[in-house]
Design a binder for this molecule. Structure first.
Ligand code: ZN
Length: 151
């Protein structure tokens, strides 16, 4: 395992063990539930959008380490961001995960730039190698997309 893979594994474990932005938000924050029946992962995403900015986000749920770590990483990545920035992160993340089945060459400078722009989210890229786990990693993001439509 390369140093980078080792680092990515640590980031996922850290977010799984110590999830960020855990909890609930009272109305008028929106509440969106997501479920991944393939693995049994459940998430509820609370979004407080004020003046086009994600003023606060909280998440509850349970499931495998990938689903929970992904939701924690997502909450950190989008909190305080404008809706436009959030949509940009969302599409970058989805692009990263649709490299499905391919092993991304981490030594390719082009890939490095993409991963660098994603920060800690890049840690989830390794999951794309395991198609059954992709739904675990994307659950939080699909739930977020749905929540944004309601705002
Ligand atoms: Zn899962």
């Amino acid at each position: 395992m390369s140093n980078l893979e080792e680092l990515y594994k640590e980031i996922i474990l850290d977010h799984y063990r110590t999830p960020r932005n855990r909890g609930e938000l009272p109305p008028p924050a929106s509440k969106t539930e997501g479920f991944n029946p393939l693995c049994g992962d459940e998430l509820t995403v609370y979004l407080d959008v004020k003046d086009g900015v994600v003023a606060d986000i909280k998440i509850t749920g349970h499931g495998c380490s990938i689903s929970q770590a992904s939701s924690s990483l997502m909450s950190v990545a989008i909190k305080g961001k404008t809706l436009e920035e959030v949509r940009e992160v969302l599409s970058k993340f989805k692009n990263m995960m649709t490299l499905e089945g391919d092993v991304v060459d981490l030594n390719d400078p082009a890939n490095r730039d993409v991963l660098r722009s994603l920060g800690e989210l890049a840690a989830l890229q390794g999951v794309a190698k395991f198609p059954v786990r992709i739904k675990c990693a994307t659950l939080a993001w699909n739930t977020l997309s749905q929540g944004l439509e309601e705002n």
